[in-house]
Design a protein around this ligand. Structure first.
Ligand code: ATP
Ligand code: MG
Length: 229
């Protein structure tokens, strides 16, 4: 499988705290890769570096062969509005906008008409079981409902790569499984790649491949969270 996204030798620290200490990783076209590991091992930092939100201190992140670490912030943010979809671990929705407005926003930024954006937003909210909340503000929704809206918003632009940081963290097991099943369905249907960050073994099981991070490096033993010691 051709690597759509390839990171090599990624290092990233926050002041004196190293978060990534030389990570190499590949994601193929249409491949679903889970990144697991204990709290604080660097999963979110890795996702942010791969999605071009954070710049690694050293190392390369190549997307379709081009090194994103050399791109301007404007070029990387354009990529996130078009080919990348990002689901953050915390703080997803714009509180002043309704669910439908939140989901429509990436399309409006990409130049869609209000009518077309609204139509797609409604469709994607429905796919994730929160269609009836289209006109609600995030403050009036449960954490899990907000998370499902955020999934809809990350997918509404039909990205080539979805970066999902604990996408089911606020959901009960059954709803989490439904959301994951739908994300996998979208990935298979469109050949979308997914980088799935999770600390839950049953979530990682949805992926084609699992990468285990420990203290900012890939654990070469490859023993995932589902493995018995
Ligand atoms: N903004 C920040 N400022 C300083 N240190 C940070 C910051 N963000 C993360 N860190 C540190 O970097 C390391 C990796 O953090 P990161 O958030 O990437 O871990 P994680 O694997 O996503 O954890 P969790 O499973 O709890 O979400 C940790 O030691 C953390 O304390
Ligand atoms: Mg995290």
């Amino acid at each position: 499988m051709n690597a759509l996204l390839r990171a090599t030798g990624m290092h990233r620290a926050y002041g004196p705290t190293p978060a990534l200490r030389g990570v190499d990783l590949e994601v193929g076209e249409g491949e679903i890769v889970a990144v697991t590991g204990p709290s604080g091992c660097g999963k979110s930092t890795l996702l942010h570096c791969l999605a071009g939100i954070l710049r690694p201190d050293s190392g390369e992140v190549r997307y379709r062969g081009e090194d994103l670490t050399l791109w301007t912030e404007a070029a990387r943010s354009r990529l996130r509005r078009t080919e990348f979809g990002v689901l953050f671990q915390f703080g997803q929705l714009v509180p002043e906008l309704t669910a439908a407005e939140n989901v429509a926003l990436p399309l409006l930024l990409a130049g869609a008409t209000r009518r077309a954006a609204r139509r797609s937003a409604t469709l994607w909210l429905g796919r994730f079981g929160v269609g009836e909340l289209a006109d609600e503000l995030p403050g009036a929704m449960s954490g899990g409902q907000q998370q499902r809206c955020a999934v809809a918003r990350a997918l509404v632009t039909e990205p080539q790569v979805l970066f999902a940081d604990e996408p089911t963290g606020a959901l009960d097991v059954l709803t989490g499984e439904q959301v994951l099943t739908e994300i996998v369905y979208v990935a298979r249907e469109r050949g979308m790649s997914v980088l799935l960050v999770t600390h839950e073994a049953q979530i990682a099981a949805y992926a084609d491949r699992e990468i285990v991070l420990r203290d900012g490096v890939v654990d070469a033993s490859g023993l995932g969270i589902g493995a018995s010691a």
